[in-house]
Design a protein around this ligand. Structure first.
Ligand SMILES: Cc1cc2nc3c(=O)[nH]c(=O)nc-3n(C[C@H](O)[C@H](O)[C@H](O)COP(=O)(O)O)c2cc1C
Length: 182
């Protein structure tokens, strides 16, 4: 059975992002072995910008990034679900993206994930405009692209402040999931 990894990019384990991740996990469990993680499950340092990984393809820091990347390695499908924090991904997730530089395909040597992984991006925000969601979705797609993960779908959800607000979006989320289980 293929594996799906659902990443809650919010540090809140019980909020709106977690609720959306849970709905996706439930739907995907019919087709995949699903594993849900939260960025707050991992402790890691910021990228130091030292660029040693440009020569070695390995970070000088050994910490929770290794564990989260192990989850990425195992997964066939990766779904990152991110809230808007100041019109961007939460700082914890951005710090993780920075630390993925050893896997970034713009320099040689670089670490590689197994080819053929499919990615999906989901963004949510409290405000009404989709443009801010698009910005976050662009960040996630950009991240996938540099890890050679093919982005196969994106979903933006506006007007979501709290967990309870997700109730009105369930059909939209389930519909989006159909594109993941083909
Ligand atoms: C620090 C912080 C910054 C936020 N910035 C924005 C923002 O710029 N635009 C927006 O529409 N919502 C913003 N929000 C609201 C969240 O996107 C929204 O409440 C989301 O549902 C939070 O999900 P979570 O509780 O799972 O983290 C912000 C929330 C927090 C905590």
């Amino acid at each position: 059975m293929e594996q799906a990894l659902i990443v809650n990019c919010s540090p809140v384990r019980t909020g709106a992002t977690a609720r959306i991740a849970g709905i996706i996990a439930q739907r995907l469990s019919a087709r995949y072995a699903v594993h849900e993680v939260c960025i707050d499950d991992y402790r890691f340092g910021f990228c130091l910008g030292c660029r040693r990984c440009h020569d070695t393809a390995i970070c000088v820091q050994r910490d929770g990034v290794d564990n989260l990347m192990e989850e990425f390695s195992c997964a066939d499908v990766i779904v990152c679900v991110s809230p808007s924090y100041w019109a961007d991904v939460p700082g914890q997730f951005k710090a993780f993206i920075d630390r993925c530089t050893p896997w970034c395909n713009t320099h040689e040597p670089h670490a590689r994930l197994r080819p053929g992984k499919r990615g999906f991006a989901v963004a949510l925000r409290t405000g009404p405009g989709m443009r801010e969601c698009e910005r976050i979705l662009d960040t996630l797609e950009h991240f996938y692209g540099h890890l050679d993960i093919a982005c196969r779908g994106r979903l933006g959800l506006c007007g979501v402040e709290r967990r309870e607000d997700v109730a009105g979006k369930i059909n939209e989320i389930r519909q989006f999931c159909e594109g993941m289980i083909l």
